[in-house]
Design a binder for this molecule. Structure first.
Ligand code: ATP
Ligand code: MG
Length: 557
């Protein structure tokens, strides 16, 4: 993509100035996910910002897992996050980093704060702690444990570390200011007791630093120059700065905040997405309806389109909702350009070409892509019996209907013009087949008699077409802001977000479709061969997106 089409963002301006003035010599950023779920589209934005800035300015970007809460974290999440970043096409600098890799250093720094009189062990229980904290309008009150001696605090901290106390009975707190208007500065917790194993450090520790204590110091250890995060951490910045000032850290990172990405019709909270997985509302984190990176991947979205979308929306300090149609537009654009075409009939209706000999068979040839010759050609066997989509035939219709109508003509895509003569029905009156005639000499040209067909429909040879399973996906939620409504987000689930059809018949070439290969099924939309379900039995195709934005049309009505 060309540089000029990227909206320049305020972070780029800051970095450019920092480099120009020599405040920094090199740009070092990091993406710091907590491995407590799969990454979603919001994380893709953060990844594109952090890795993107490093790329643009010839710097480095670390991947650092902020794994300070072993209760909610797992190796499965660590692995999925790494795979997602790689799939998006980004490369982290050096080895993957872990907050847990710094636990020793962080503990030493906690001791350092205690020795300076800047931290203390507090025995208030969580309930009392909340009470003492005050509120937005009321100052907090000092803990009765705030004036313990340095020796006593060091001994208690050591005891916490050695597992001598119960979970929840004590914490280490910074000693800052219980009357601060910023609640984050009211003696925040630095360490808590958690007697659980950690996916990286096993049972080495039974106390774990809070995110607030770990985060800034990790940035300092790694020499992060521009510590980019989302706006909800703006109020934490004074605490991060306080900690950096009170500790002998090797480097001073600076934090910059931008607005979270909230696409419409989408939820971007790991906690809520996890609920959908746990409740089996979806088939898993990578269900193609999920806004997770692995879900979008399975749905057929491309890394290039996701990156393009992240660039397109810019990076700002506003927390508004971004129209998900912009993401869909980026996907359509990419697929229109790159996806080979194929024909697949979703709801087959048999067509018998009465003037085409039963023993005759042709192989027609069509381009894989209308304007990308290098993508090659497809072979389309053609015979006396075909399938067309049930929706593409009517016994009677008005002029707007440009498909097959009894007594009228239509062109079969990449093939002949046919004319419909007669319908066949079963006992229930249901149409079972349409008898048609091939108009002579109409392959790739208009009929000699001058009666042109009005439209073009897709088809598949009845003898050669292959049965496929098609999963038709739509938006998971049917309101713009599912987690900002009056009801719980479950109330806004779209009941028609998945429909599966076992009847579809596809052109024979699709039997060889590799998992994750993407196609435009002509006149139907964009589809991808499923990543997971393939190999045994019928090929499975997931609908990525329609050819046009039907939601916008529905709303306009
Ligand atoms: P969630 O609310 O989904 O749990 P999180 O912020 O807790 O998200 P982290 O794993 O802590 O998830 O996030 C890693 C990075 O991704 C952080 O820097 C965070 O600011 C950023 N991030 C998370 N969600 C979004 C979003 N919707 N838009 C932009 N950046 C995001
Ligand atoms: Mg978080």
């Amino acid at each position: 993509m060309n540089e000029d089409s990227t909206p320049s963002n305020f972070l780029e301006n800051i970095i450019r100035e920092d480099l120009d003035t020599g405040r920094v010599q090199e740009v070092v950023t990091r993406f710091p996910p907590e491995p407590n779920g799969f990454l979603h589209i919001g994380h893709a934005k953060s990844i594109s910002v952090n890795f993107g800035l490093a790329e643009r300015f010839g710097g480095r970007c670390n991947l650092r897992f902020d794994d300070t809460n072993p209760l909610k974290e797992s190796l499965e999440y660590v692995e999925s996050i790494k795979a997602d970043i790689q799939w998006l096409g980004y490369h982290w600098d050096g080895d993957v980093k872990f907050a847990s890799g710094y636990f020793g250093q962080l503990y030493d720094w906690a001791r350092h704060l205690v020795e300076q009189g800047d931290a203390y062990v507090c025995d208030l229980d969580p309930e009392q702690m909340r009470e003492f904290r005050g509120s937005l309008t009321e100052p907090g009150r000092n803990s009765p444990y705030r004036d313990r001696t340095v020796e006593e605090n060091l001994a208690l901290l050591e005891g916490m570390k050695n597992g001598e106390y119960e979970e929840g009975s004590r914490v280490l707190r910074a000693r800052i200011d219980m009357a601060s208007p910023n609640i984050n500065m009211r003696d925040p917790i630095l360490y808590r007791i958690r007697k659980v194993s950690h996916h990286q450090t096993g049972d080495d520790w039974c106390i774990y630093p809070t995110y607030d204590f770990a985060h800034g110091q990790e940035d300092a250890i790694e020499g992060i120059t521009h510590s980019v995060c989302t706006l909800e951490f703006e109020d934490h910045r004074p605490l991060y700065d306080w900690l950096i000032e009170h500790l002998p850290v090797p480097h001073r990172p600076r934090q910059y905040e931008f607005g979270r990405l909230n696409p419409s019709y989408t939820i971007t909270s790991k906690r809520k997405l996890k609920a959908l997985v746990d409740e089996a509302v979806v088939s898993g984190w990578d269900d193609p309806r999920m806004p997770t990176i692995s879900g979008m991947r399975r749905r057929g979205y491309t890394p290039a389109a996701i990156r393009r979308f992240c660039d397109m929306i810019g990076t700002t300090r506003s927390d508004g909702i971004v129209d998900v149609a912009m993401l869909e537009h980026a996907i359509r654009d990419d697929l229109n350009e790159n996806a080979p075409r194929a024909m697949c009939v979703l709801d087959p209706l048999r067509v018998v070409l009465t003037n085409y000999p039963a023993d005759k068979q042709e192989t027609l040839v069509a381009p894989a892509h209308p304007n990308r010759e290098e993508l090659g050609e497809r072979q389309l066997p053609f015979g006396r019996e075909l399938f067309i989509d049930r929706d593409d035939f009517r016994e009677e219709a008005n002029k707007k209907y440009k498909r097959l109508v009894l007594g009228k003509r239509v062109r079969l895509r990449n093939a002949y013009v046919i004319e419909a003569d007669e319908v066949l029905r079963d006992e229930d009156g249901e149409i079972t087949a349409v008898h048609c005639r091939v108009v002579e000499d109409s392959l790739g040209k208009d009929p000699a008699d001058g009666v042109k067909p009005k439209g073009v429909i897709h088809w598949v040879s009845a003898e050669h077409g292959i049965p496929v399973e098609v999963r038709l996906y739509d938006r998971l939620f049917n309101v713009e802001a599912p987690d900002r409504g009056e009801e719980d987000f479950h109330a806004y689930l779209n009941p028609a977000s998945l429909q599966v059809t076992q009847q579809a018949i596809a052109e024979p070439g699709l039997a060889a479709a590799q998992p994750e290969s993407r196609y435009q099924f002509e006149r139907e939309g964009y589809f991808v061969a499923d990543r997971e379900d393939h190999g045994d039995g019928k090929p499975v195709f997931n609908k990525t997106i329609g050819l046009r934005d039907t939601w916008q049309r529905m709303e306009a009505q």
